[in-house]
Design a protein around this ligand. Structure first.
Ligand code: GUN
Ligand code: FE
Length: 442
């Protein structure tokens, strides 16, 4: 049992898009304290109000001057693409063929998958992210590797085996029946165990046959607790290819609808080039679109219209989409989101940004009864942010007139250097080392 002392910020509701957050959308304790016990948050309050109720033997962890928030959530990321982050000069379809598929082939080897899984989780925690929805590869062992690593660290994680039975190298393709058989084995082994959940993972329409998509729909219909993750309407060339492959469908979303793959537990990455009609159907279905700003900017895929998506009533989550995305840290994702918004005349406030990274993403993944808030009874997943992590940021926050200005400065100038500590399941799982040193290549 520990008492974390610092400034505490947590959201209760969507703060809205205005520069001033909606009343009652957030809670803030300047000199706050979070009492952690048995992996859960037991209480949160002003330090002076809470301490009289806390037994003397409870350890006080002093984070004064730092900001304690719920752990960040990443709604869409590929752990198998960690090593091809920052690969030069391609748009989506060529990027997949030239960089992604060769990298994913290596996951046929279990030892490689295990090594990358550990490194990926280290990196997530270093960036303050405590829960992610993860694409593995088509190899079942890649899923066992990440679930097993997350289970040992007691992390909350969603993941699934990529289903892909065409238009990819032979070592990466499964079959309609084999892919489902493997997925069902993985569901039986992992779904609902500890803090783990299974997400069925058809890569995207072009790499699945009609038979495969139909079989995925069959599995989903049998178990309403399963998730689904895929890609939708990311790149113009991809849209043309989908239209060619599925001439019977009136638009891209209709392919997934036809096979029963669009529901409240579905996450579709990107959704950049959607029609108003597609947006309306996504809203009706309750599916969420994972806005992946650094990926969209890096691949040159296009600018996600956040406000049109919001106005249509579509749930939007926020994601890194590494390896097309350029960083696992939520702060890096927020910078990208701000830049995309700026290009569309839709500046993203820090309130909206941090809400999306925490409670917003928890809601999109139907996990907001467990994570995404610092509140009694919630799982103790938290990030401790350092507003003075760099000289520039320290100065900018020092001259800031409001707390909102400080938060915005961190969103624009921050990265994993700002992540002072990360807690998951009530335990310290990352502590920034002032002398952090990385070996340069020989
Ligand atoms: N579309 C299909 N597969 C992928 C992928 O791995 N990354 C991205 N960004 N888009 C995709
Ligand atoms: Fe992706």
């Amino acid at each position: 049992s520990q008492l974390l002392r610092g400034t505490v910020l947590t959201f209760d509701a969507d703060p809205g898009e205005a520069p001033t957050p909606d009343a009652d959308s957030l809670r803030y304790w300047e000199d706050g304290a979070v009492w952690v016990e048995g992996g859960r948050i037991r209480a949160v309050d002003d330090f002076s109000a809470l301490t009289p109720h806390v037994p003397e033997e409870v350890e006080i962890v002093d984070y004064r001057g730092k900001l304690i928030m719920p752990g960040f959530i990443d709604s869409h990321v590929h752990y198998s693409q960690l090593d091809i982050i920052a690969s030069f000069g391609r748009e989506l379809l060529d990027w997949l063929n030239d960089y992604t598929f060769p990298a994913e082939c290596r996951f046929a080897e279990r030892a490689h998958a295990e090594e990358v899984a550990e490194r990926f989780l280290d990196e997530l925690l270093r960036g303050g992210t405590t829960t992610a929805q993860v694409f593995c590869t088509s190899h079942p062992g890649s899923v066992d590797s990440i679930f097993s690593a997350a289970q040992q660290r007691r992390l909350r994680l969603l993941a699934g085996k990529v289903l892909m039975d065409r238009h990819a190298p032979e070592t990466l393709t499964d079959t309609a029946t084999g892919g489902i058989r493997d997925s069902e084995r993985l569901i039986a082994d992992w779904h609902g165990k500890d803090r783990l959940a299974y997400s069925l993972t058809p890569r995207f329409a072009p790499t699945s046959s009609r038979e495969q998509l139909d079989a995925v729909g069959g599995v989903l219909r049998n178990d309403a607790s399963l998730y689904l993750q895929s890609h939708l309407s990311e790149h113009r060339g991809e849209l043309a290819w989908v239209a060619e492959l599925f001439p019977e469908c009136r638009d891209y979303l209709a392919v997934y609808e036809r096979y029963g793959l669009v529901g409240p537990r579905s996450t579709y990455a990107h959704g950049i080039h959607l029609s108003e009609d597609e947006r309306a159907r996504l809203a009706d279905a309750g599916a969420n679109i994972a806005f992946s700003p650094t990926s969209n900017l890096f691949l040159g895929s296009g600018l996600f219209d956040r406000l049109a998506t919001r106005d249509a009533g579509v749930v939007t989550s926020l994601a890194s989409d590494v390896g097309a995305g350029t960083g696992l840290c939520g702060l890096t994702t927020l910078q990208g989101a701000y830049q995309v918004g700026a290009l569309l005349g839709q500046p993203l406030t820090a309130w909206q940004g941090f809400y999306r990274l925490t409670l917003g993403n928890a809601k999109a993944l139907h996990l907001d009864h467990r994570i995404g808030r610092i509140q009694a009874g919630y799982e103790a997943d938290m990030v401790v942010l350092d507003l003075a992590a760099t000289p520039l940021l320290a100065r900018r926050t020092q001259v800031a007139e409001t707390f909102g200005e400080c938060l915005f400065a961190m969103m624009i100038l921050g990265d994993d250097r700002c992540v002072y500590a990360t807690w998951a399941d009530g335990r310290l799982v990352h502590q920034r080392d002032a002398h952090d040193h990385h070996e340069a290549p020989q």
